[in-house]
Design a protein around this ligand. Sequence first.
Ligand SMILES: Cc1cc2nc3c(=O)[nH]c(=O)nc-3n(C[C@H](O)[C@H](O)[C@H](O)COP(=O)(O)OP(=O)(O)OC[C@H]3O[C@@H](n4cnc5c(N)ncnc54)[C@H](O)[C@@H]3O)c2cc1C
Length: 495
Amino acid sequence: MQMPEPDRGVIGRKREIIADLQEILPQESVIYDEDELRAYENDGLTAYRQIPLIVVLPETTDQVSQVLQYCHENSIKVVPRGAGTSLSGGALPLEDGIVLGLGKFNQILETDFENRCVVAQPGVTNLGITNAVEHAGFYYAPDPSSQIACSIGGNVAENSGGVHCLKYGLTTNNLLGLKVVLIDGSILEIGGKHLDSEGYDLLGLMTGSEGLLGVVTEVTVRILQKPASARAVLLGFETSEAAGDCVASVIAEGIIPGGMEMMDRPAIHAAEDFVKAGYPLDVDALLIVELDGPPVEVDHLLERVSEIAKTHGAVYNRISESDEERARFWAGRKAAFPAVGRLSPDYYCMDGTIPRNKLPHVLTRMREMSEHYGLGVVNVFHAGDGNLHPLIMYDANKPGDLEKAEEFGGDILTLCVEVGGVLTGEHGVGVEKRDLMGSMFSEIDLNQQQRVKCAFDPDSLLNPGKVFPQLHRCAELGRMHIHRGQLPFPDIPRF
Ligand SMILES: Cc1cc2nc3c(=O)[nH]c(=O)nc-3n(C[C@H](O)[C@H](O)[C@H](O)COP(=O)(O)OP(=O)(O)OC[C@H]3O[C@@H](n4cnc5c(N)ncnc54)[C@H](O)[C@@H]3O)c2cc1C
């Protein structure tokens, strides 16, 4: 993994930078001891590690502003970090960069039931928002499987999703306002408790910007009233292809479930061994479909979904009879990643999105690739959104295994783009998919995206080395050729 060349001058000034930062922040909020820095050396993409130069833990927007202004004036790179659960390496530190951790921003500032919103600091966990409002019958809909740990600031930066996003939208659809500190220390207020504002959609631009445009220090999100009832059905199929066809048919019939998830045989077995969710073990694919709303509507829709599943050859159908049973159905799905962690020393979690009707084709191709690379793959995905999460199993201690897993993952994502999908559904680009950006975007697209980055951060100090591709991989993807000595992608910094 090639990262920008570290600035030796900045590394040489480490003592001076620590002293300067201690003028801005309390002593204990500036971490520079190597053992303590090690806690920040990676995020959820554990294949890559780098001990940062320094970690700072501010606790007010004003402190963030002063730190960023100092870094701007002294050409020091900054990597924002929430809870560090990113699966694409978005919070991977830099040798010559400061990690700016938002862990101390952990307060809910306001719960406003009248306006149906919550104002929170960015370090509050995703689940923390629901916990703060559920006593009044409300919840925050986007529910990444990492919701007990990941921060709402990280959710904004990655535009995170989850099981319920099929019906209720991703982070971007549930976000109302942000406070953002720009690299020069200025503070930008975007949106608020009201609906859309006039002008450019800066809220949309910041969502999914992966820490490259500014540091979020306050978030206003929409909360929803809990549905009157919810029931889930487990549907088992003899092939993943049949389950994939069933997903496409349910949506084509105009039914939008609260959640529609799919697991293949290895995932079913891993999850069942781990949490005893009550899954059938003799099927090749399992759908968990949840319907929510008034009880009469839920019962009617469950019947229709069951009928559709039957026409696709479902061999197993079990409807939850209580909230406890429904929660147990989901517990298996939510624990699927750690469950797979028990099957293989390491796994690489991919995240691509495809048009729903391409699911059977993509699953077949993935099986062929698995044989080709000699690495197992387990499939767990947000089937309703066409968002795949293949988990490629490998052993980091086996020479060459990681490289094979990376190549396999790259092939899967390229296939997603080929069939009309996109490189990421919800985990972001980070460093993981950075070098594949050329397979999806043209030179014109990438140049324009880079110009947006330049408008916010002209010196590329915020999270450099993430999202925008390295040129040698663009060349491999056949997207770069030098014509009459003219350099393509002239705006992209070379490193
Ligand atoms: C077991 C597991 C399951 C997961 N399941 C899901 C899932 O179902 N759906 C899903 O979408 N994701 C999932 N993820 C991925 C991850 O949890 C999300 O991407 C999450 O939003 C990251 O939040 P974080 O606080 O950990 O951010 P971090 O990992 O700390 O950072 C992620 C990115 O956001 C930037 N960032 C963080 N905070 C800020 C801020 N305040 N201002 C500006 N930039 C910031 C960082 O620079 C980085 O680029 C999963 C991860 C794990 C480990």
